[in-house]
Write a protein that binds this ligand. Structure first.
Ligand code: FES
Length: 313
């Protein structure tokens, strides 16, 4: 069950240009997910868009998603806004999680959200609160009317600070955070914010940053574009990947089915186990530790750094 047909059972306006959809499967029980997970919504042309799941698996058999309707985007959110009316049917993928909340972590937890980036953090915050963890949220948005869930978050009192940009300065995290503490920072938002927060993780050994991006990190390394051979071990097929092709394209051309969605290394759906060979990881999904371990790769964008790469596909 890779795709699930769901029905829109509730739709609300959360803020300016942000709607929420509650989706219930027509036939199936939803697979389990954890805080930080997202799902694909498939569009009529087969492309998919990823949305974070706001509710918890234990709530009920439904998905609650927050969708920023971006008039200047690629058209997916506008299509959803126009077509996901009450009672309509959509196709979604299975929940996936590359933004896991480490509930066993005893550090002080800092949540940093930019705009719609609040959505994956909401279930984490609920879990942190339920576990009586020490946490704080810094939530940045264009203006209060553009920020979803403001009233709900106010109930957490001074654990939450809002930074509407029309009335407030952008936060300087080196001033706001207690950088002497061991911090685990969960961050989701636009590129500039993510870069700043990830920089803290590089500067301070006591700070761990766990982040999720909406868009692919810019590629700074143009190595790994030589032709190489890929062995799809499970399928028993060996093929050449030339400079213009991705491994995903070569697999599809060979008739091998690979679940994929974004094709730019941000959704994690094409993650494939590596059997042997060196890889240049070019995705925005794997953590630093996962890249070093190099057990899996995103075959839509990452490439071999060797002449022969074997994959469990
Ligand atoms: S298809 Fe999204 S990461 Fe590869």
């Amino acid at each position: 069950m890779d795709k699930i047909i769901v029905q829109v059972i509730e739709r609300q306006t959360l803020a300016k240009n942000i709607i929420s959809l509650k989706l219930q499967p027509i036939h199936d029980q939803l697979p389990k997910w954890s805080a930080g997970a997202h799902v694909d919504i498939f569009l009529p042309d087969g492309q998919a868009r990823q949305y974070s799941i706001i509710n918890s698996y234990s709530d009920e058999n439904c998905l609650l998603l927050g969708i920023l309707v971006d008039e200047n985007g690629r058209g997916g959110s506008v299509w959803i806004e126009q077509n996901a009316t009450l009672g309509s049917e959509l196709t979604v993928g299975k929940p996936r999680n590359h933004f896991e909340y480490l509930s066993a972590n005893a550090n002080h937890q800092v949540f940093i959200a930019g705009g719609i980036g609040i959505t994956p953090l909401l279930p984490m915050i609920r879990q942190a609160e339920a576990e009586n963890s020490d946490w704080e949220l810094h939530y940045i948005g264009r203006s209060l009317e553009n920020m979803a869930y403001v009233e709900d978050l106010k109930s957490y009192g001074n654990k939450v600070t809002f930074y509407p940009r029309d009335t407030t300065e952008r936060p300087d995290f080196t001033q706001i955070l207690d950088l002497h503490k061991s911090l685990t920072i969960y961050c989701c938002g636009p590129e500039l914010l993510m870069d700043k927060v990830e920089e803290l993780g590089h500067q301070f050994a006591n700070i761990t940053v766990i982040s999720e991006r909406f868009s692919a990190k810019p590629l700074t390394d143009d190595s790994g574009f030589d032709e190489f051979e890929v062995v799809f071990s499970y399928s028993g097929i060996t093929a050449k990947v030339n400079r213009e092709q991705s491994i995903l394209e070569v697999a599809e051309a060979a008739g091998i089915y690979v679940s994929h969605s974004c094709s730019e290394g941000i959704c994690g759906s094409c993650e494939t186990p590596i059997i042997s060979g060196q890889v240049i990881h070019r995705d925005s999904v794997l953590s630093e530790a996962e890249r070093i371990a190099s057990k899996t790769m995103m075959i839509c964008i990452s490439r071999a750094n060797c002449s022969r790469l074997a994959l469990d596909l």
